[in-house]
Design a protein around this ligand. Structure first.
Ligand code: ADE
Length: 249
């Protein structure tokens, strides 16, 4: 996977993704990350890339031409026209399913806006996907772009050292993950659930599955509508009274 980010703050992107799992995957060559400074395509010696909005109003608007020039130069260089993702609160809300789907691309371009927005005409011209990371407004598209790249990268084969660790986790089958415990067996009077110490694999799996179902019901009941459950599991969950177990959930 090759990521290309059109931004006014390339150092933010490179520093933000240069460490930990994503940084290692870049070093291993499984991923590549390039941050293109839109200011380098300003077309004037002051590096000015924004201007006042037509019609008036507060703030500045990023102009079309520097963004378009940066995009054109990038496509020329790589010899392809990849999907262009514009990060905006007006976009489709990002999900694990979108992360999985985007991980199938060879190249992705992210366009990060700033100020009050970006001239609509360049969005019409180059953007293929508009994506939001949630119903709140950030100061720019860099953090959302990094959120997307992190989630997408985890779905790229070879990025997670343990291939299985991307599978049995939250949102797999639209269920939340079961709770995890490590040593010591007792910490501040709190014991690890007995079944996890039993060494009985089938019982452990059953307990984890039940915990996933119960957690999802308690914390994200909206997910149950789309969760992958057997009829038997649905009935078991319907019969379970969550209010009897406030200490757990
Ligand atoms: N830019 C500003 N806020 C954003 C959000 N919530 N999601 C994506 N891009 C954004």
């Amino acid at each position: 996977m090759n990521y290309h980010v059109l931004t006014l703050f390339p150092e933010m992107i490179l520093q933000g993704l240069g460490t930990s799992i994503i940084g290692r995957a870049i070093q291993k060559g499984i991923l590549s990350l390039e941050a293109v400074n839109i200011r380098d395509y300003a077309g004037n010696k002051h590096g000015k890339v924004d201007d006042y909005p037509y019609g008036g109003g507060a703030g500045m608007v990023m102009q079309a031409e520097p963004i378009y020039s940066a995009y054109e130069a990038l496509c020329q260089k790589i010899g392809k026209k990849p999907r262009v993702i514009y990060l905006t609160p007006q976009g489709e809300i990002f999900s694990q399913q979108m992360a999985r789907e985007l991980a199938g691309e060879e190249e992705l371009i992210f366009l990060c806006g700033h100020y009050e927005g970006v001239d609509e005409r360049v969005l019409e011209e180059i953007v293929t996907d508009q994506i939001s990371i949630g119903d709140y407004v950030l100061t720019g598209g860099e953090l959302p772009a990094m959120v997307l790249m992190d989630a997408i990268s985890r779905m790229v084969p070879g990025v997670l050292s343990n291939e299985a660790s991307g599978v049995g986790e939250s949102f797999q089958g639209n269920l939340l993950e079961y709770p995890q415990y490590s040593r010591p067996e007792e910490w501040r009077g709190k014991k690890v659930p007995e079944v996890l110490l039993s060494g009985h694999h089938a019982n452990v799996e059953k307990w984890r599955r039940e915990q996933s179902l119960l957690r999802t019901a308690a914390r994200r009941p909206d997910l149950l509508k789309v969760a992958e459950m057997t009829e038997k599991e649905k009935m078991w969950l319907a019969a379970f009274d969550l209010s009897d177990h406030p200490q757990v959930f």
